[in-house]
Structure formats: C-alpha cells, structure tokens
Design a protein around this ligand. Structure first.
Ligand SMILES: [Zn+2]
Length: 369
C-alpha cells in the first residue's frame, strides 16, 4: 500500500472512532516522524448475556474489549419458561442500555450465551436440559422485545467461555485449549488452532455427557453415567455434604457459587467427609481430563465454576489421575489451570464475540461527521 492509501484508511478508522492517534514515533532516522495509532473503540459497546437457571450475568465491553459493566441479576425459580426468562433479559438489557455512558454512540451487538445445544445460525436453542427447553427460537423472541436495531447473536456458554479464556484469560494466545465449565451441568469449549471448534452441526464440546460410568446414575440428558453425574454440582454436594445435599440441590434461591461455598466452608474446617469426597471427585475429574487430553492434545485445560472453587483440594489429584489414565506420556504435557473469570466467562466471551463484528467489518460503525 502507498503511504497515501494507508493514511486514508487510517483516517477513515479514526473518523469511525475505531483507532486513535497516540503520539509520534521516536528514533526514526529518515523523513518526518510517523504518527502512532492504537485501537480505540471506546465509543462502541458490545454486550454479552449469560443465562443460568434463575439468574443471568451481563458484561458490557467497548470495542477494544475493556469491561464497562459486569453484573448479575437473579430471580430464583419464579421464571423458567422461555418467555418468562427472556422478558427478564429484555428488561435487564434495556436498563443497562439506558444507564450507559452517553459517550457510547453505537452497540456492536448482543450475544446471548446459553448452556445447551444451540443452532447459532438460526438463533434457536435446540436442547437446554437444565432449563427444560427444546427448540426455543431465542433470537426471534428477544427481537420482539428489543426491536431489530440491536444485532443479536446466540452461542453456547462454554464456547464463549473458551473464547474469553483465549482472548483475555491467563491462557491468552494458547492456540489449543479446552475450557471445562461445571455448574449444575458440565459443558466444554474447545479452541483448536486458535479457533473455537464447533463440529459439523455446532454441537461439539458437550464433554459433560461423555459416558464415563456405564452403570452410573441417570443424567439430566436421559443417558446414564455421564461425566456430569460424577463431577457436577449435585455429585459434589452429595458426596461432600450428604446431610444438606438434597435440600441444596433443589434450592432455587441459592446460586451455584453459594451452594459450592457450603462445601468449601467445610473443607476449610477440615471436615473429614468433605475431604474424603475431594479425593474421589479429583479422581473422576482426572479421568475426564485424560479423555480430553487423548482426544484433543491441548496445551492447557482451563477449569471454571465448581472445579475452580474446589481446585485447592482436587487439582493435584486430578492431574495425577489424568497423567495415569492418558496414553500420551505425561498427558501430552497438558497443564490444568483455573479460570480467571469465575462464573461469568460466558458473558465476557459473548461481549467479545459481539465486538468482533466491528473488527471484521469496520463499516458497521458510522463515521462521525
Ligand atoms: Zn448426560
């Protein structure tokens, strides 16, 4: 490109607020000093919404990925039907938009993250077992409430969690990673060669439903002995706090974080039942990680949610179990790491995905006259 073309393109990006001048270059021997530019994007926002049973997380970033809003709203079990839940989501998005800094002049998009099988292209949730949803046209319902000016996207929450880890987490830039999110269910997102791996129908990454105990208990998906039934929240509660487990499992007022806090509280007080349970949970985790290491040969497996909270008591056991069961020497060098984002990585990944639309096509942003 000629200097004139470069100047004209950069000038266009500046007029759209996507890059800004940040000073002059030093140390150049010939010609005029060059103007340095950097990504700006502070006037464009992107929204990620992560749906959980009875609550949602919302993250708003600007187009450069800086977090502007990070919050959570809970409504317990009062709304479980798609229309009931999505009405809450619409009102939360509306109040967030109203409260945004007036400096924000455009919304790049809104991504909704759902735990379950999604048809991202058609905007339909195929199966979300924890919600009891089947074939719900989420994007169509949200458009009715929000209008069609906002660009709405749908994706699986663990795919978006994996994207957040890859773009902003401790494993930023690790091209081959598996993200494991365990809350009520267990989901996974796989980044291979720097891209989220989706499979032929977009359903890849349902690692919580790999059968790991063929004569195990019945899973929420209808199968038996899925990994989720031995390392998910209910399994942890049943083995670590058996006296409280059944009440905690059905309690719709408490979030997964609050439920797992009951376990970590006992662990911190050296409760022998809880500690013994961790040895078994760690072993089951490691067995699943060994399968993942053998199939994907990731550099890192990032754990989020329940296994992140239990990491001090389970991760070393899980690593040993993974290395024992994987065929590759030392499980292919796979490391286990704890997510940097707690329980809302899906919402952050959603905002990053929506912001990417502007990176892919800067013409989506209007120039300021
Ligand atoms: Zn299952």
């Amino acid at each position: 490109m000629t200097k004139a073309t470069t100047s004209s393109l950069v000038g266009d990006l500046i007029s759209r607020g996507l890059v800004g001048e940040v000073g002059m270059s030093a140390g150049q021997r010939l010609g005029r000093p060059a103007t340095l530019v950097d990504i700006d994007g502070s006037s464009i926002a992107a929204i990620g919404v992560e749906l959980n049973v009875g609550s949602m997380s919302m993250v708003v970033t600007d187009a450069a990925g800086r977090v502007l809003v990070d919050r959570r709203a809970a409504w317990g079990r009062r709304a479980t039907t798609p229309t009931g839940v999505l009405a809450k989501v619409v009102s939360e998005i509306r109040s967030t938009l109203d409260a945004l800094d007036p400096h924000i002049r455009q919304i790049a998009g809104v991504t909704v993250a759902v735990p379950g099988l999604v048809d991202a292209d058609r905007g339909i949730v195929r199966v979300a077992p924890n919600f009891g949803w089947r074939d719900v046209p989420i994007i169509e319902i949200l458009e009715k409430g929000l209008g069609s000016e906002l660009h709405l996207l749908l994706d699986n929450e663990a795919n978006l969690g994996a994207l957040a880890e890859y773009r902003r987490g401790a494993s930023t830039g690790v091209d081959d990673l598996v993200y494991v999110l365990a809350e009520s269910g267990v989901g996974g997102g796989v980044v291979m060669d720097g891209k989220v791996f989706r499979g032929s129908s977009g359903y890849a990454g349902e690692i919580g439903h790999m059968t790991i105990k063929y004569d195990g208990i019945v899973c929420g998906c209808g199968s038996r002995g899925c990994w989720e039934t031995v390392v998910g929240l209910a399994a942890v509660l049943r083995s670590a706090v058996p006296d409280l487990a059944e009440d905690l499992i059905v309690d719709g007022r408490l979030s997964p974080e609050e439920k797992i806090a009951v376990v970590t509280d006992r662990l911190e007080r050296h409760d022998p039942v809880a500690l013994a349970a961790m040895a078994e949970i760690g072993e089951w985790m490691g067995l699943g990680f060994a399968n993942l290491a053998d199939i994907f040969n990731p550099e890192v497996i990032v754990v989020a949610g329940v296994p992140a909270s239990l990491a001090p008591w389970t991760l070393a056991i899980a690593h040993e179990s993974m290395v024992t069961h994987a065929v590759a020497p030392n499980a292919g060098g796979c490391r286990l790491e704890v997510s940097s984002f707690g329980f809302s990585a899906g919402a952050l990944g959603g905002a990053l995905l929506a912001a990417e639309r502007v990176v892919d096509d800067p013409l989506l942003v209007a120039a300021v006259s």
